[in-house]
Ligand binder design. Structure first.
Ligand code: TXE
Length: 483
């Protein structure tokens, strides 16, 4: 099967079979809304329940599968994704709107993640300890957590599902995966590869449809032992209340308002690069986006002027065109939301530097110019996640107030600093109240073999990715035996 420019028909994958849905939806290309990417099957609660049952029935057998079997499955999936990265990247750019190089890089990442967790299946850790009692042996082993419900957002439709599905399978769990409604074809393309990897029927299931129906059914079902979710804070909060009340394990990744501190001793060109990359690439639609640029007074004006100059020259356009730097916003409603933020920022007195306009293009798409404001810490534009190509600059007199500003947010995903001072860099790494820090690097852009996640309102539950993923996708058992 190949995923070119033609119309796709995406079906549910339940208990090893491709199924039509209860209704049908369409997904469109945000670079050119005349281009329908797919017609896809939409499930209701009952169909979701069938997938959950299939996962529950497949669990006992798969949970006892050998590490070699799991390695083979995951290695096969990763290999096929990597071999087809150009074609899958094309599909991703077409359906989500990030540029083709960004999309191919994301697909590559997804393949690497499956390869990484293939290896982790062979390295499932355990411990043997001396007992405090004579003649007793103690060991600590890890077992699968059970049926895992995976609820994914639209902004990384290959990488985020990969970093949830791959560890779930590696540690012997069964899966029901629900992609976001804006990107069903990417979810289905991934499922299509997984369906040919040698997994027994029911171990992996795909259900597409609305969050309120399909997602909520996963969250409510007593057969689903764990929920891994990435998306908005409001939905995450709702999921937590319901899932925790029925004692399911929950992992939430809900975004950020990430600071990039620029000190007066920074290499200014490098700092501007970090800001442009972190704030605007992928159309700013990243939970790790640098949406608060906290700049030391001594370089404030120079930084703003150089950043503006770079922004003016960024080419906004069709995601599949060769020289596009920034693709469209993902859909009409997100674009309207971003434009409404322009009004909010102006109304509360933030100074507009550049951008924030809806753009006309050769193709009808959701285009806007990246926006920059000079804001005060109390402005909403400097406090709330916008999830678009919108950033603000906050002035700080010196390093200490800059650090205080960086931490003055309910979010805590990641924080960056641009500086030549080792002392300030080390201090910042220790005192930024976040899950990830970056020095002289953009806040967006992470490795796949180390933990991903944040503090405060950004994340909840064990970290994702790397070997730390075992914390969520397994449960430990302590065994005592009289020798
Ligand atoms: O998110 P939702 P949406 C933010 C961003 C964006 C806003 C809305 O600000 O503007 O969220 O985006 C499923 N039970 N982020 O609507 O609703 C839903 O179908 C169970 C930030 O896409 O949170 C989808 O699969 N599931 C974020 C997933 O949850 C439910 C990335 C995310 O949808 C559900 C994406 C329910 N009741 C959006 N309701 C980041 N920070 O990375 C919805 N869903």
């Amino acid at each position: 099967m190949t995923f070119g420019a033609k119309l796709q028909t995406a079906r549910q994958y339940i208990n090893g079979r491709w199924e039509t849905g209860v209704t049908t939806g369409t997904s469109e290309n945000p670079s050119d809304t005349r281009d329908v990417v797919a017609e896809y099957a939409r499930a209701d609660r009952n169909q979701t329940e069938l997938a959950i049952r299939a996962a529950a029935e497949a669990l006992p057998h798969w949970s006892l599968s050998t590490p070699q079997r799991r390695f083979d499955v995951l290695d096969h999936i990763g290999g096929e994704i990597l071999a087809r990265k150009s074609e899958l990247g094309y599909l991703l750019a077409r359906e989500e709107g990030k540029t083709l190089p960004e999309a191919v890089a994301e697909v590559t990442r997804a393949g690497q993640i499956f390869k990484f967790f293939a290896g982790e299946a062979l390295r499932i850790p355990g411990e043997t300890l001396a007992s405090t009692r004579p003649g007793v042996q103690v060991d600590v082993t890890r077992e699968p957590v059970g049926v895992v419900g995976i609820i994914a957002p639209w902004n990384f439709p290959f990488a985020i599902p990969a970093w949830k599905i791959a560890p779930a399978l590696a540690y012997g769990n069964s899966v029901v995966f629900k992609p976001a409604e804006l990107v069903p074809t990417c979810g289905w393309a991934l499922a299509e590869i997984i369906s040919r990897s040698g997994l027994p029927a029911g171990v992996f299931n795909l259900v597409m449809g609305s969050g309120r129906e399909v997602g909520q059914a996963l969250v409510d079902s007593p057969r689903v032992n764990a929920i891994s979710f990435t998306g908005s804070s409001a939905t995450g909060e709702r999921i937590l209340q319901t899932a925790a009340a029925r004692r399911a394990k929950v992992q939430l990744e809900m975004g950020g308002k990430n600071p990039l501190v620029v000190l007066a001793d920074a290499d200014l060109d490098q700092a501007v690069d970090c800001a442009v990359q972190g704030a605007y690439f992928s159309t700013g639609q990243r939970c790790t986006a640098s949406s608060r640029l906290i700049v030391e007074a001594g370089v404030h004006d120079a930084f703003v002027s150089r950043l503006r100059q770079r922004m003016v020259n960024l080419k906004i356009g069709h995601a599949l065109e060769r020289d596009t730097a920034i693709g469209p916003v993902v859909d009409r409603s997100q674009l309207e939301q971003n434009l409404a933020w322009m009004e909010i920022a102006r109304a509360e007195g933030a100074e507009h530097v550049w951008g924030g306009a809806m753009l006309e293009s050769a193709t009808p798409g959701h285009y806007m110019s990246p926006a920059l404001f000079l804001a005060k810490p109390e402005h909403r534009v400097a406090r709330e996640e916008i999830f678009g190509p919108v950033a603000c600059v906050l002035r700080a007199d010196s390093y200490e107030p800059a650090l205080a500003l960086a931490n003055e947010t309910p979010f805590g995903l990641c924080a960056g600093i641009c500086t030549a001072s080792l002392k300030n860099a080390m201090h910042f790494k220790r005192h930024a109240d976040v899950g990830m820090t970056m020095v002289n690097l953009p806040t967006a852009g992470v490795d796949y073999h180390v933990p991903f996640g944040g503090r405060k309102w950004s994340s909840y539950g064990p970290r994702e990715q790397g070997r730390y993923a075992a914390e969520f996708y397994t449960t430990v058992k302590t065994g005592y035996m009289l020798a």
